[in-house]
Design a protein around this ligand. Structure first.
Ligand code: SF4
Ligand code: SF4
Length: 182
């Protein structure tokens, strides 16, 4: 049997509408005025550099193994003394993230042992074709700052890869030289 219409419930519904009429609108004018993101928003990735411009990525593929969406492809290669892109033995020769697959979970940045990979607040990555949504190093590498030297180049004089990992190398060279081993 149908229930009787409840007059109070009907009026209460209009009450919600009436209250909303006097609240400040929260409409965002996108794309004319993109709003701010949450502080820890997971946007486009970035491959970071050390202060002298060398790349932090060592091509270890841990990020690719951690990715649940199989969105990352890494191909590492050996640094040589003639052509060095990162401290230590290896660097990421090919690095790709497929943003058609990425779900923004951030597991890749947790897995990275050198903090080479982080995520920015940039979310404007829409495109009209599949291939442009596979980002390579050209789009992911952090821009060179004015005091950085573009790789390939040697490590700071007297430094080891550990000095880089410990943050002892600045754009001017080894900041805190290690004690000599006696
Ligand atoms: S954010 Fe998640 S889905 Fe996207 S590349 Fe990283 S691990 Fe994969
Ligand atoms: S981004 Fe980090 S985890 Fe991924 S290959 Fe480079 S160093 Fe390894």
């Amino acid at each position: 049997m149908p229930s009787k219409p409840n007059f109070i419930d009907a009026v209460a519904g209009f009450g919600v509408t009436f209250k909303a009429m006097f609240q400040k609108p929260i409409t965002e004018e996108y794309p004319e005025k993109p709003g701010p993101t949450a502080t820890h928003y997971h946007g486009r990735h970035q491959l970071n550099r050390y202060e002298d411009g060398l790349e932090k990525c060592i091509g270890c593929e841990l990020c690719a193994w951690a990715c649940p969406a199989d969105a990352i492809f890494v191909e590492g290669a050996d640094n040589t003394e003639a052509e060095r892109f990162s401290p230590g033995e290896r660097y990421g020769r090919v690095y790709q993230i497929n943003y058609l697959r990425c779900i923004g979970c951030g597991l890749c940045i947790e897995a990275c042992p050198t903090r080479a990979l982080t995520m920015t607040n940039d979310y404007e990555m829409a495109d009209d074709n599949r291939s442009d949504l596979i980002y390579g190093k050209d789009k992911l590498l952090a821009p060179l700052q004015p005091d950085m030297t573009p790789p390939p180049h040697g490590m700071a004089e007297g430094s080891t890869d550990e000095d880089y990992y410990r943050g002892n190398v600045t754009a001017d060279g080894l900041a805190t030289p290690r004690e000599p081993v006696l």
